[in-house]
Design a protein around this ligand. Sequence first.
Ligand SMILES: Nc1ncnc2c1ncn2[C@@H]1O[C@H](COP(=O)(O)OP(=O)(O)OP(=O)(O)O)[C@@H](O)[C@H]1O
Ligand SMILES: [Mg+2]
Length: 410
Amino acid sequence: MSPQRVTRVLVVENNIQAVKTFRKLLSLIENIEVIDFITTAQEALEMVSETKPDVMLVEEHLPDIDGISFTEIIRRDYPATQVIIVSQDKHYDTVLRALRNGASDFLAHDVSIGEFREAILRASELAARERVSYSPYATVENRSELPELGMRADVITVYSPRGGSGTTTIANNLALALRDNESQIALIDACLQYGDVDILFNELGRLSLMDLTPIAYDLDPKVVKECMILHRSSGLYLLAAPKHPVISEALSGEQICRVLEYTRNLYNHMVINTSSYINESTLAALDLADLIVLVGTQEIACIKSLRSFLEVWDSLGMKRDRLMLVINKYRAESPLTTKKISETLNHPVELFIPEDQESALRAANLGNPLMISNPNADISQAIAELADRVKKKLPTLQSEQRFRLFMKAQ
Ligand SMILES: Nc1ncnc2c1ncn2[C@@H]1O[C@H](COP(=O)(O)OP(=O)(O)OP(=O)(O)O)[C@@H](O)[C@H]1O
Ligand SMILES: [Mg+2]
């Protein structure tokens, strides 16, 4: 924290012992101005509107409202003010509810000075950043609103307008093929109904995009990273699909975009798995992508769907350079040759991935993707080639146009 900046702290706590502890701990941190110690949310609301604190310590069990619901009100009406919830209940559901409601941290009554100091300083940093940059509509161009976290992933979205074409198989193995000794890679499951990325890596995700979108404008690297699963044998970071299918989407593409845009600042490459169903989540993943791997198969119905998708793409005035068309489950004997497909779609086929049902099925059922379990399989070799081409193409695409459905154009 800069020596000049004073952090103004309001404590809303009705536990006498905790008040004593916090008074002492706050006196030990430099550049803190304690606004007041008060005991009810009602009093706190009046004081917040007058003083707009940087940081609030809020007891979970207040006499007039529970502290976590109160946090939501504060964060909605005073977005720059950071709230630290104080509670003895460190149960997972309580912590998650606090974070979802916008709390920046969660502390016990008997917190150590080190932990307390760290939480206050972190909240103070966030408050300072939010004061300068808070806006409910972040845009890619307005980068000052997003954290400077040192990295900026290339985003590769894998999409097919036809279900079952192999989108997830390709996304998973492509993420693996992009690995090198230095890069950190995130694989995001943006398929909100029946996404299966975690299962295919023999993992079980607890948290998903659905847990991050409600706090899309209050994200913190720690919270995002806590939602990711580290797949130990590969080093990939996975964000699983929701545990239960999302039927009515209470979230907007703009929120999803914001979460993805934030998350890309924590990794070097980001691969997004999508569902063929065009919904807010799919559109957000297409919107944000630097490059889209468009997956098709040698089936008439699939080619028809690809053509419809390309028509939409063209009608939005998008350039096709960002689309890499890949034919999966390729069979040389099929009458629908890659040449015919290219002609029909008026788009080149970048490469094909051969059909190998047995290997694909075995890898899926073992939860061990082909790129790890069978790197010499023809499918793996083709996806390794795809990864090389993706890497070569990405630097040429930086200035290409986007859908800009959720992010403002320059
Ligand atoms: N090259 C391939 N050869 C043979 N089978 C494959 C190949 N690629 C994927 N498959 C198999 O096809 C099936 C569908 O694959 P996958 O789940 O990756 O498709 P998807 O497009 O993600 O499907 P969904 O629309 O259900 O999300 C799986 O059984 C998978 O093992
Ligand atoms: Mg899939």
